[in-house]
Design a protein around this ligand. Structure first.
Ligand SMILES: C[S@@+](CC[C@H](N)C(=O)[O-])C[C@H]1O[C@@H](n2cnc3c(N)ncnc32)[C@H](O)[C@@H]1O
Length: 470
């Protein structure tokens, strides 16, 4: 994509397709379950596992027992091992070694607790995401661990079980890849009765090492929080370097999908990566309903400090506009902005996993996550509702075509002082407050809505968000 194209993308936002396309070379697909919504709202996507996926998740306990049986001594210490690994993984102190999953107690804890919860998160996303892969597609999964992503893909998208795929699973720890392959094959045999025509190649390697071929889809789940923050250069510079490395794995129109735990640090990482990918020619397609500035960037501010915007290290010819996105309405000024993250209702997880989590002292109400889909040279959707002439014209055009504003619901619902219900969301307007009459069913966190609202927009005094009545 040329610098002019990129500037146009950033200025005009997404094109007029109201249904997103997360992966290039796709057949059309949309799985949004019908939700009870007012006439002014159309649900395009939800964040939830399908009923079939939930049944498979129930079976996962037995599959783990068969594929990676626990030795008696590890069974006895499992709950404590889970708790210890959770403390290590969620601590910002980084006390664990790079090969921590090579130790049997940590590996057992990962396979029994982290793998199923990550499959649950991924299945909730992949079930509803608007993508499907062409025959013989190449996928590269970086930091694959126990093949969590291929396992989730197989569970979430039954139609792909018949499609020949090549999947490179890359991790710096061989042992966890081997365990994952065993689990994957046991799952396919037990639930599907046969292995899919997927060529899975496990590779003991690190992020940045070359692969034999470029990928249609690059995935990385829960990986960057393991090493991204060890580098002490400024956030924007590191995001640009990461974006370039990610894109170097992709075919010309390839897509990428990154999911991270929904904590504040990973929210800022995702926002910085989004900006860097946009600057490098890969606009965000999800969860973002626009390609303007991110109104929920956490601690992320800019890709390059303003004084450096003109001299981009390693690329002096780059237009500065690439690194400065058009502004949107931001939350009221504060030290840290809210960070973009979503929660899946943990009640939908299998009972055995809930019980194990409680026994390990880690009860869960919501499984949180932050994520990003982006595609090289993607066509993006047009923003509406921005108060400048171009966007007003665009809004009028969409309104005439019966199209509303695309809105991604972020928060749970909460009571507003006037007795109505609010939910924070993202739209091409920027930081958005969806307002509903009290007693109406809230929208699900992570849902993508098309909202047709004719009411004049005003700003919520407390949060700074644009109010969008529904
Ligand atoms: C938290 S686990 C995530 C595993 C899996 N993707 C999931 O979502 O469950 C992180 C994995 O990334 C691997 N990893 C960490 N840094 C890596 C790097 N620089 N290159 C390749 N793998 C890496 C670790 O060995 C570990 O298996």
């Amino acid at each position: 994509m040329s610098a002019e194209d990129l500037a146009a993308v950033a200025q005009s936002g997404y094109d007029d397709g109201s249904i997103p396309r997360y992966v290039s070379n796709v057949r059309g697909h949309s799985r949004a379950a019908p939700a009870k919504t007012p006439d002014s709202v159309r649900t395009l996507e939800i964040l939830s596992p399908s009923t079939d996926s939930m049944a498979t998740l129930v079976a996962l306990e037995g599959i783990l027992d068969e594929a990676v049986p626990l030795q008696a001594k590890h069974r006895a210490s499992l709950r404590g091992d889970i708790r210890r690994l959770w403390e290590e993984l969620t601590s910002e102190k980084e006390s664990r070694t790079a090969e921590y999953l090579g130790s049997p107690p940590a590996l057992s804890a990962y396979l029994r607790y982290f793998l199923p919860w990550n499959v649950f998160r991924l299945v909730s996303l992949l079930t509803n995401a608007d993508f499907c892969l062409p025959d013989n597609a190449v996928i590269a999964d970086i930091g694959s661990g126990p093949l969590t992503l291929p396992i989730a893909l197989w569970i979430a998208r039954p139609e792909l079980r018949e499609v020949p795929l090549s999947i490179y699973c890359v991790d710096r720890v061989e042992r966890v890849l081997e365990a994952g392959l065993n689990i994957f094959q046991t799952l396919c045999m037990r639930v599907g009765g046969r292995l899919p025509p997927w060529r899975i190649e496990t590779r003991k390697d690190s992020f940045g090492s070359p692969l034999p071929e470029r990928a249609h889809l690059l995935t990385a789940a829960n990986v960057f929080n393991e090493f991204f923050w060890k580098d002490k250069r400024n956030l924007g510079e590191r995001a640009i370097e990461t974006a370039r490395t990610l894109l170097s794995y992709l075919k010309e129109n390839g897509s990428l999908f990154v999911m991270e735990p929904g904590d504040p640090r990973s929210g800022a990482f995702i926002s910085s990566l989004r900006a860097a990918l946009l600057a490098e020619g890969a606009p965000p397609l999800g969860p973002c309903p626009h390609a303007l500035s991110c109104p929920m960037p956490g601690i992320f501010r800019h890709l390059l400090p303003p004084e450096e915007t003109r001299i981009v290290k390693g690329d002096p010819n780059v237009a500065p506009s690439r690194f400065v996105l058009p502004p949107v309405v931001m939350p009221k000024k504060r030290d840290k902005f809210p960070w973009c993250h979503f929660g899946v209702d943990a009640q939908k997880a299998p009972k055995w996993l809930e019980t194990l989590s409680e026994e390990a002292g880690l009860p869960k109400e919501r499984a949180v996550l932050s994520y990003l889909w982006a595609a090289r040279g993607a066509v993006v959707r047009a923003p509406v509702g921005m108060p400048d002439p171009v966007r007003s014209a665009e809004r009028d055009r969409r309104a005439k075509a019966g199209r509303g504003i695309l809105v991604r619901v972020v928060s749970e619902s909460f009571a507003l002082p006037d007795g109505s219900t609010g939910q924070y969301a993202c739209s091409s307007l920027g930081y958005t407050l969806l307002k509903r009459p009290r007693g109406e069913e809230p929208f699900g966190s992570g849902a993508l809505l098309e909202v047709t609202s004719s009411q004049a927009q005003r700003t919520d005094e407390k949060s700074g968000a644009i109010i969008l009545p529904t």
